[in-house]
Design a protein around this ligand. Structure first.
Ligand code: NAD
Ligand code: UGA
Length: 480
């Protein structure tokens, strides 16, 4: 740390979500000398972060329980006392949600910044002395200007400001859900954008407790903000690219896994993020690309906007394509048929369902009159109810007896329960347990001729074939 960089003893993080919780837990773990307080307006969420039973934390993330268990009550605290936590902090992270706007100017594309603005105003009102404010949320490029404007209105000359001053940094988070703890403990890089060298070095000094110096990148504010949107856009673009090739493989008899292996061995392309599937989900890829699209349009770059828009469109198409394909293979109708959906989370090792491909696919199948039996090891029935926008059937018997032709759904406690009596099973999340399923036993419980639609290409093809099931596997032109 340079001599001019202030030493950070207290951190407050506004937002106890999928980013705020795990990120602060790892900082507290690696920096026992810093007191870290995570605040949120959501009392239920804070209570869950304080649950004595660590399996009840609001975010399911492998390894998180151990980290929280080590630090909570020592130098990691979760509270709804937003104002006093800000007042006592040397550094405040803004880690609030930034979803796509649903109405007004830019609806459907622009980020809704109301929570960022509200939290910046809270910091402006409550901070004392010099406070470094760090944008941890993913934000449109130049949001720091807004944050600075709000903070500077409270600083210096304003009466009652008690000489409060601020520095603003951008420090986007690159963790992926399901691997958050590993990503935070061994990041490819940490990015810090800012103007004041002392503030940049103060934050760099925190990360230096566990991140090698050459992985801590320093840049200016706008490049930092835009790098985050760009990283997500590039990652999502790879998925749409491979999914487009998957469809082409199915049409031509090629196998997308072979194609991915061949192109991934080119060191310029690389092997990661080339798994074809039911399309990307998660809270950020779509939101961040749409935000990029909006910003490009705002700056008159309409061709650039259209280019990135097509990544989202291909993704939506892939999800509808899979639902259509299930209907077509089941003799053109799923009305009244039991279809097991295996996996509801947007990826394995998380309980997060935001923008999960399962939602769109389930809705399409419900529209076609299917009776869905959904199993996910981590997603609650309440979450599925909210995502599907309708109540589950009262029971399997009631579901089966319903001859109205209306689609219905039910949450199941196991794969075996879900596939019982089903015409098809559809794997939508790559949970480990779906890789070695006893297809012989499961197939015996299904109504024949039965299908397995493996949208994640995780099932053992031999076992499925031997069980007598018909198989469609994403991107495999030989199967189905
Ligand atoms: P989240 O919705 O899980 O959590 C945000 C939390 O902020 C909520 O609990 C909400 O109650 C709280 N909040 C909102 N306004 C508040 C206020 N004024 N005071 C106190 N609390 C307030 O969101 P998330 O998934 O943690 O994402 C947060 C940000 O990080 C987003 O910008 C997202 O794009 C970005 N991001 C997310 C991920 C991810 O994997 N989820 C990864 C990288 C970056
Ligand atoms: C993603 C990025 O990977 C993180 O770097 C970023 O911080 C985060 O978004 C964010 O800004 O929120 P996340 O959405 O948690 O992380 O998970 P990913 O592993 O990126 O997966 C996203 C989606 O793409 C999932 O639905 C996943 O199943 C799908 N995917 C991923 C594929 O279909 N194929 C692949 O090869 C990889």
């Amino acid at each position: 740390m340079t001599s001019s960089a202030p030493e950070i003893r207290t951190i407050c993080c506004i937002g106890a979500g999928y980013v705020g919780g795990p990120t602060m837990a790892v900082i507290a773990d690696r920096c026992p000398q810093i007191r870290v307080t995570v605040v949120d307006l959501n009392e239920v969420r804070i209570a869950a972060w304080n649950a004595a039973d660590l399996s009840k934390l609001p975010v399911y993330e492998p390894g998180l329980d151990a980290v929280v268990g080590r630090c909570r009550g020592r130098n990691l605290f979760f509270t709804t006392a937003v104002e006093e936590s800000i007042a006592g902090a040397d550094m405040v992270f803004l880690s609030v949600n930034t979803p796509t706007k649903t109405k007004g100017l830019g609806a459907g594309q622009a980020s809704d910044l109301r929570w960022v603005e509200a939290s910046a105003r809270q910091v402006a009102a409550c901070a004392q002395g010099h406070t470094i404010v760090v944008e941890k949320s993913t934000l449109p490029v130049r949001t720091a200007e807004t944050v600075k404007a709000i903070l500077s209105a409270a600083q210096g000359s304003v009466e009652g400001s008690h000489g409060k001053t601020f520095s603003v940094l951008s420090n986007p988070e690159f963790l992926a859900e399901g691997t958050a703890i590993g990503d935070l403990e061994q990041p490819d890089r940490v990015l810090i954008g800012g103007e004041a060298p002392a503030a940049i070095e103060a934050l760099a000094a925190i990360y230096a407790n566990w991140v090698p110096a050459d992985r801590i990148l320093r840049t200016n504010l706008w490049s930092s903000e835009l790098s985050k949107l760009t990283a997500n856009a590039f990652l999502a673009q790879r998925i749409s690219s491979i999914n487009s090739i998957a469809a082409f493989c199915e049409a031509t008899g090629a196998d997308v896994q072979e194609v991915a292996r061949a192109i991934g061995s080119d060191s310029r392309i690389g092997s990661k993020f080339l798994k074809a599937g039911p399309g990307f989900g998660g809270s950020c890829f779509q939101k961040d690309i749409l935000n990029l699209v909006y910003l490009c349009g705002h700056y008159g770059l309409h061709e650039v906007a259209a280019y990135w828009q097509s990544v989202v469109e291909l993704n939506t198409w892939q999800q509808h394509r899979i639902a259509r394909l299930v209907v077509n293979r089941l003799f053109g109708t799923v009305t009244g048929k039991r279809v097991a959906l295996l996996g509801f989370a947007f990826k394995a090792d998380t309980n997060d369902t935001r923008e999960a491909p399962a939602i769109r696919i389930a809705r399409d199948l419900l529209e076609e009159g299917a009776q869905l039996a959904i199993y996910d090891p981590k997603v609650s029935t309440a979450q599925m109810t909210s995502d599907l926008g309708r109540q589950p059937a009262a029971s399997q018997q009631k579901q089966a007896a319903d001859l109205s032709g209306e689609g219905s759904w039910l949450a199941c406690g196991s794969v075996a329960e879900a596939v019982h009596g089903a015409d098809a099973a559809v794997i939508l999340t790559e949970w480990q347990e779906f890789r070695g399923l006893p297809w012989q036993e499961l197939a015996a419980q299904m109504r024949q001729p039965a299908w397995l639609f493996d949208a994640r290409a995780v099932a053992d093809v031999e076992a499925v074939r031997q069980a007598g099931l018909r198989l469609w596997r994403v991107g495999d032109g030989q199967q189905g």
